[in-house]
Ligand binder design. Structure first.
Ligand code: 3PG
Length: 393
């Protein structure tokens, strides 16, 4: 894809879609500014080139209506802290006269943040007129919002019809890192897939089975695979209607010669609660009245061996209910194993990203994607609308 390096932007009005959909606390403060920080390389480059930098994003899901709880104000405040010496202004709308005036008043090197684009229902409908209005604010469109690239919305896809459309540096890096593991991974290639539900991960498992050497499955979804292999899983989370599908995926792994590892032991408890008594049992001995809530120590050892051998690692989804102390051990151990490996490691999906942060090893991972749903769809092999809309080199 073409990037901001490939076109002349100096002095131009550059309309940049960023993903500033960040978590806020009850008082409305930004609690994790990773996504804002991740957009800084593009923003600083544009500021340095004396472009007029007009930023737009969504925040939360305000359902097409103005809703103060989803205002970009706190994001603007944090952005200004991260850009000392740069003029960062914020406007209370994303289209219309007030916005046009604010843009006219800009000089090269200024930054203007528009209000939440999802305050208009037209955004998610990818309404052509709305996209045209947004496009009218700029001379060039830059998409740096990898985290929202799986949405075909006005600010991520529609607007690209009306302006020269190129990728920002974050978008470029995400496509390069995630693309590399799918297209030309160094081998052995191990994928670790977890999370609560198989149904969310079927497409990614299916795609990865064509590419990986080993597939390590943990988390709540492992129960459905255990059941497909004839094990009883007690009160564990189970998607009964996905057992046949899990069996097909096990079969596919066999046909492809992929080493598919399931838990051989699990941490069980009567309920998913932080103050229950937990114990380790073999995966073929889950008591009827118990739930599997984490992978056990032998499974950690088995998985860690594969992680250690791997030259490429992809991880999506936690190994257990790691938000609760008694069930965090497996996920934390896998985070450390990934961090300690010499492999190219790529982590996507909000939960596994919080897990590596919680384990304090985020800086040892090759690439932590800013995309949750977007990184998952990318790994499924889907073409993301926000990427498809950009010009090729
Ligand atoms: C995300 O956080 O995954 C992106 O910002 C997209 O948000 P959405 O799921 O509300 O479209």
């Amino acid at each position: 894809k073409k990037t901001i390096r490939d076109i002349d932007i100096s002095g131009k009005r550059v309309l940049v879609r960023v993903d500033f959909n960040v978590p806020l606390d009850k008082e409305g403060n930004v609690t994790d500014d990773t996504r804002i920080a991740a957009a800084l390389p593009s923003i600083k480059y544009l500021v340095g080139e004396k472009a007029k930098v007009i930023l737009m994003s969504h925040l939360g899901r305000p359902k097409g209506k103005v809703d103060e709880r989803y205002s970009m104000d706190p994001v603007a405040a944090r952005l200004q802290q991260l850009l000392p010496g740069v003029s960062v202004r914020k406007v209370d709308d994303c289209v219309g006269e007030e916005v046009q005036q604010a843009v006219s008043a800009m000089t090269g090197g200024d930054v203007l943040l528009l209000e939440n684009v999802r305050f208009y229902a037209e955004e998610e409908k990818n309404d052509e007129n709305f996209a045209r209005k947004l496009a009218g604010l700029g001379d060039i469109y830059v998409n740096d919002a990898f985290g929202t690239a799986h949405r075909a919305h006005a600010s991520t896809a529609g607007v690209a019809e009306f302006l020269p459309a190129v990728a920002g540096f974050l978008m470029e890096k995400e496509i390069k890192m995630l693309g590399q593991v799918l297209e030309s991974p160094a081998r052995p290639f191990a994928a670790i897939i977890g999370g609560a539900k198989v149904s969310d991960k079927i497409a990614v498992i299916n795609n990865l089975l064509d590419k990986v050497s080993a597939l390590l499955i943990g988390g709540g979804m492992a129960n459905t695979f255990l059941k497909a292999g004839g094990r009883e899983v007690g009160k564990s989370l189970l998607e009964a209607d996905k057992v046949d599908l899990a069996r097909e995926l096990l079969q596919k792994a066999g046909d492809k010669g992929v080493d598919l590892l399931l838990p051989v032991d699990v941490v069980v408890a009567p309920a998913a609660s932080p103050d229950v008594e937990s114990r380790v049992v073999p995966a073929d001995g889950i008591p009827e009245d118990s739930m599997a809530l984490d992978i056990g120590p032998q499974t950690v050892t088995n998985f860690s061996e594969r992680i250690k051998e791997a030259a490429t690692i992809v991880w999506n989804g936690p190994m257990g209910v790691f938000e609760m102390e008694p069930f965090a051990g497996g996920t934390m151990a896998i985070a450390r194993a990934v961090a300690d490996s010499a492999a190219v490691s790529v982590i996507g999906g909000g939960d596994s990203v919080s897990a590596v942060k919680k384990a304090g090893v985020a800086d040892k991972v090759t690439h932590i994607s800013t995309g949750g749903g977007a990184s998952l769809e990318f790994l499924e092999g889907k073409v993301l609308p926000g990427v498809a809309a950009l010009q090729d080199k």
